[in-house]
Each structure stands twice: as C-alpha cells, then as structure tokens.
Design a protein around this ligand. Structure first.
Ligand code: NAD
Ligand code: DAU
Length: 331
C-alpha cells in the first residue's frame, strides 16, 4: 500500500507515521506537510529513513494532484487545529481546513483514491455538564468556534463528494488526544511545561469544562481499523471513555510532578468555550472490533510527563513564543 499522510509532522500525524512504520512495515509512507508553526520535522526524525517527506501546502492543487496520483490511500490529518488561534485569526482555518480539504477531495476524485478524513468531536458543539448523553453519529452538527466550524465544513464536503461523486471516503471524529509530540499551546503540554519552568498552570474560567481524553496511540489504532475494515461512506466516532474536568487534570499533573494540588491559577475564559465533550464509540467497537489500549489516564499522563521532561529539546524552541501569545490574551 502507498499511503499519503497529510499533516504528518504535526502531533497526531507524526504519531500515526511512527505507528505505521512500526506496525505496518509493508506500507510505503509519504508525508505532505507545510511545516507551519505546528509542524516539526524533528517529530519524524526517528522514522526519517523509512518514509518520504514532501514539504508543501494542501491548497497547492498541482502538488496535491502529483502526490495523490502516486498513492493508494490518503489519510488527511493536516489542519489548523487550535481553538484559541482560530478566535484571534480565523482566516488560516478557512484556507487550510476548507480549501485544503476541497483540494484533496478533487484530487482523490480524479484518481479514484481511497480517502480517510480525520475530524473532531467539536463539530457536534457541546453537552451540558450534567447531561448523561454522549455524541453519536446521529448527533446534529452544531459547531461553536471558527476552528470547529471549518472542521464541520470540511466533513460536509467529504460527505457530498462521497455521495455525489462516489469518492471512496470514510470520516472519523475523535475526542481530545494526549501523548508525545503535542504542541505546547495545547492544554496538557502547556501545563506540564509550565510546571517544568516553575510557572503555575492556567485554568480557563472555573476549570469545570470537561474533555473526553484519549491517548494518541488509541486514536491512531482506530484510524488503522477504519482504513482496513471501515465501510465506505461511513462516519466513525473515536473515544475511550476518558471524561475528566480540566481542574482534575491540572491537579493530577501537579500531584504527579510533586507540587501542591492547588498550585494553579484561574484565568479569563475562552470566548464561546464548549462545556463538555463525550463520545459514544459503540459503532467503532461493535462493527470494527476496536478497543483502546491506554485506558488508565493516570498512567498515560505520567508517561506523557516523562516524555516532556526527557524531550525538552523538542518543545523548548516553541515555549516562549507560545506563552507570549497567551500573555497578550490575558490567559
Ligand atoms: P497539529 O496542529 O499538531 O498538526 C497539524 C499539522 O498540519 C502540522 O504539521 C502542520 O504543519 C500541518 N499543516 C497545517 N496547515 C497545512 C497546510 N495548509 N498544508 C499542509 N500541512 C499543513 O494538529 P493535530 O492536533 O495533530 O490534529 C491533526 C488532525 O486531527 C486535525 O485535522 C485535527 O482537527 C484532528 N483532531 C485533533 C484532535 C486533538 O485532540 N489534537 C482531536 C480530534 C481531531
Ligand atoms: O475535542 C477535540 C479537539 O480537542 C480537537 O479538535 C482540537 O484540535 C484540540 O485542540 C482539542 O480542542 P480543545 O479546545 O478541547 O483543546 P485545548 O488543549 O485547547 O483545551 C482543552 C481544555 O483545556 C479546554 O476546555 C480549554 C482548557 N484550557 C486550555 C488551555 C490551553 C485551559 O483551561 N487552560 C489552558 O491553558
């Protein structure tokens, strides 16, 4: 199989490439990545000799056509992915998430290439904190932020290209990922690296918002299950029953790093901040026989703290600029 992975120098994409090289050595991997502020070739260093890397933009139709013409399967991770950035400047989100996905869809349509689209549970909006419900494939789309609305738009393009043009597509909507190689702008790496730097962790609002955490390796094993066994035209929700409120996560990071559990600050809230996400992944489990391997969040978080402690050279170049951006937002 010749696999084209967009966004393979980002957090989830680079972990996906590592997993693929390790567990599917027969697959020929090409990564297409623009190396924006969020992409880092260092994340692919351990597998650099086993893959082909193309630096380029998914909105570049000629480049995308050339790479897709040489692929059997495309897995599309590339995106602008951070909600806070989308509130400061939505344009790159429209450009990459919508125009970029359109460009890929046109190429896979021309070449008849199998396409898997990586998306987010945020397309469904949010749930009340005390609502027992979870998101299912039937939940109506109701995105809140520029980020989630552009991801929702990209999902709808995929559905239309599948139905109207017969594109061989599947979609997955996953909950919040954690693990190695995640940019320090995101919640868990930001707080871990703050503690390492002697800065108090920052909780938005009251800290009561809930996210449904999944280890990145489990997200990627689910993506492989869909590539291998997923039904064309279907949407699969990926989640591992990992609901935690932000305050509990920060307290656990503080405990695991030997700090007092209350050594954090509450800061101003994110505008439009979604309250709670929760995934019902029954379809993935029942139809494709997928199950997560990293169900103990405490152990997964401890391993992630160890990774950031041992890999300061990977995140240090991004840290000051990231905190300067947050300081401007008062967060
Ligand atoms: P990330 O920001 O860490 O990585 C994105 C990658 O895409 C970077 O390497 C960047 O250089 C590349 N990229 C951005 N714009 C590009 C362009 N125009 N052309 C080519 N490459 C470009 O993101 P992530 O957290 O790894 O998320 C990957 C995908 O998974 C996204 O589609 C995101 O919506 C989705 N997702 C993320 C999460 C999560 O918790 N992080 C959860 C569910 C779904
Ligand atoms: O649900 C999937 C989504 O999860 C993905 O689609 C996104 O790409 C990914 O970034 C993530 O979105 P969130 O907005 O949930 O992630 P973030 O890491 O930005 O924040 C997680 C929670 O922590 C959220 O409730 C906001 C809060 N937060 C975040 C930061 C950076 C804080 O309280 N303090 C912080 O410093």
């Amino acid at each position: 199989m010749r696999l084209l992975v967009t966004g393979g120098a980002g957090f989830i994409g680079s972990n996906f490439v590592h997993q693929t090289v390790r567990e599917h050595p027969e697959v020929e991997v090409t990564v297409l990545d623009a190396l924006t502020y969020a992409g880092d070739e260092k994340s692919l260093a351990p597998v650099a000799d086993a893959i082909t890397f193309a630096k380029g933009d998914i909105t570049d139709a000629d480049l995308v056509d050339e790479l897709v013409s040489d692929a059997d399967v495309v897995v599309h991770f590339a995106a602008e992915s951070h909600n806070d950035n989308s509130l400061s400047n939505p344009w790159p989100f429209v450009q990459t998430n919508i125009i970029g996905t359109f460009t890929l869809l046109e190429a896979v349509r021309r070449h008849g290439t199998r396409y898997h689209h990586i998306s987010t549970d945020e397309v469904y909006g949010d749930l009340e904190l005390d609502d027992p419900a979870k998101f299912t494939p039937e939940t109506p789309y109701n995105p809140s932020s520029p980020y989630s609305s552009t991801k929702a738009g990209s999902d709808l393009l995929v559905r239309a290209w599948a139905r109207s043009f017969g594109v061989q597509a599947t979609i997955s909507n996953c909950s919040n990922n954690y693990g190695p190689y995640q940019h320090v702008e995101k919640f868990i790496p930001r707080q871990i690296t703050n503690v390492i730097d002697g800065i108090r962790p920052k909780l938005y609002g009251t800290g009561e918002n809930v996210r449904d955490w999944i280890h990145v390796e489990d997200h990627n094993s689910a993506v492989w299950a869909i590539i291998e066994r997923g039904r064309i035209g279907e949407t699969y929700l990926i989640g591992a029953n990992g609901e935690q409120n932000n305050k509990d996560v920060v307290e656990l990071i503080l405990e695991l790093t030997g700090q007092p559990r209350d050594a954090y600050d509450l800061v101003s809230d994110r505008p439009g901040h979604d309250l709670r996400y929760a995934i019902d992944s029954f379809k993935l489990r029942d139809e494709l026989g997928w199950a997560p391997q990293y169900e103990n969040f405490r152990d997964g978080l401890a391993a992630t703290i160890d990774w950031y402690t041992a890999n300061e050279g990977w995140w240090r170049p991004q840290k000051d600029a990231t905190e300067a951006k947050y300081a401007q937002l008062g967060r």
